[in-house]
Design a protein around this ligand. Structure first.
Ligand code: GSH
Length: 202
């Protein structure tokens, strides 16, 4: 039985899981929710995920939510190809980088996103510039963490997948590519070229 994925369009958190499924070559059936119609808050969906958010997977009756936790499950349940290094330090390091990308960047990422989501005429150019600048400053840590490696932990891993969805959008938001962040900019191009990311579509 194929894995069932509850997603939405657009949904960067669902994209995170789709990339992992694609990298593993796992077939999945989508159940796409309309978030604007609050389908994620209906009692039948809240029984699957009390947070009322996508993504959720149902793997043969076993239900999980939270995209990064789902991806860890997928990597453990379907170990080929492996998407986490064996080395405990690297595994810890990868989780820290994801935490940084999700939590530490959160406020400045949302400051940019909030301006971009406004109608063009309503955007405040100086707020936008300032938010982009703050976000780029915070990205410096990830630029240094990447170093000269192609991927954050050396080999491609869940760390790259889990970080990716926000970075995909940062290009649309005019944050990347940036001359001050050449390694991250090259990593974005590398990620976009992967078939698992290319095939995301809608
Ligand atoms: N931490 C969660 C976040 C999930 C999330 O915020 N999903 C969004 C779509 S990208 C959602 O369902 N939003 C609808 C809502 O909050 O009502 C994860 O990583 O899965």
């Amino acid at each position: 039985m194929a894995i069932k994925l509850y997603d939405a369009v657009p949904s960067s958190n669902s994209d995170r899981v789709k990339i992992a499924l694609n990298e593993k070559g796992l077939a999945y059936d989508r159940v796409t929710l309309n978030l604007a119609k609050k389908e994620q808050k209906k009692p039948e969906f809240l029984r699957l995920n009390p947070y009322g958010k996508v993504p959720v997977i149902d793997d043969g009756g076993q239900v999980l939510f939270e995209s990064c936790i789902i991806n860890e499950y997928l990597d453990e349940k379907y170990p080929n190809p492996p998407l986490m290094p064996k080395d405990p330090y690297l595994r810890g390091r990868g989780r820290i980088l994801v935490d940084y990308g999700m939590n530490h960047l959160h406020e400045s990422y949302w400051a940019v996103r909030t301006e971009i989501m406004k109608k063009e005429a309503e955007r405040n150019a100086s707020v936008m510039d300032e938010s982009r600048r703050t976000l780029r400053e915070l990205l410096r840590y990830l630029e240094d963490a990447l170093g000269d490696k192609p991927y954050f932990l050396g080999e491609f891993s869940l760390t790259d997948i889990d970080l990716w969805p926000r970075f995909g959008r940062m290009e649309d938001y005019g944050v990347l590519p940036a001359a001050s962040l050449p390694r991250l900019s090259a990593w974005v191009a590398r990620m976009k070229a992967r078939p698992s990311v290319k095939s995301l579509g809608t």
